[in-house]
Design a protein around this ligand. Sequence first.
Ligand code: GLN
Length: 304
Amino acid sequence: MSDFKAILSNIYQNVSKTNDKGTVATYIPELADIDINNFGIHLRTVNGQHYGIGDFNKPFSIQSISKVLALSKAMELVGESIWKRVDVEPSGNPFNHLSLLEIENGIPRNPLINSGAIVIADILVSSLKNPKQDFLNYVRDITGDTTINFNEDVAYSEKITGFKNYAAANLLKSFNNLNNPVEEVLDFYFHQCSIEMSCEQLTNVFFFLANKGNCLLNKARLTKTQAKRINAIMLTCGFYDEAGEFAFEVGLPGKSGVGGGIVALLPDYFVITTWAPGLNKKGNSKLGMLTLEAFTTKTKLSVF
Ligand code: GLN
């Protein structure tokens, strides 16, 4: 671990010096107002060591990273029947792409693009008694951290700017792949995207995906096979139209969000989360990608 610590602090110093930090998301004020200089990393190994650097303790908007947690809850609740309603193919398109090819016959290409995540949200709205609160409790219970919360301002801003998400939900509805009212499903979806967590909290919550489905509190959250499936989907679909590039440069299952967070993991080995709000043209954190690329290059640890 002392090695990881030295490697990460060295990478942190180097990557911090990058002049072009990308641009923060501007579609809602809550993200547009974030200081682009925030930069944090947190790593936890399966054998219990952990290390954070920079702004690793500051909560940020997890946005699309939440899609993995929603998928995991849906897998726990309804199992394999998910795959009748969502496919598992990479999309090669931006997260909010809307062509009929993306939602072929009403079946979204995968659960980590918006149309697929909206179908997963529909499954959760159908299966949970108090969907928003139950989902928040699910995320909290994974590590026993009750400080994790929605940001209601973000959820509201998502709602009043979410025209493409309304379009996707309506398209899904027209194909009979949405069982609940559009408003209700999107209210859930906007709230899941608004959850705030720090790098350390995200690393800890995602730990079960690196640990055969067993969370930090040593409880089975998913079976080993289910964890494997989610990791496969993250590897092939976690970065929208940059999933190939992420596999090529970094070589880990991972998920990004437009808040500038990236969670990546090596099964049976470690989980690492980076946060730097400046995004590249594909909507993925610029410094986060650089950090993870340097980390897997220096440690030679990747799924390949
Ligand atoms: N809330 C955003 C949306 O649905 C999530 C985008 C993202 O992180 N890629 O548009």
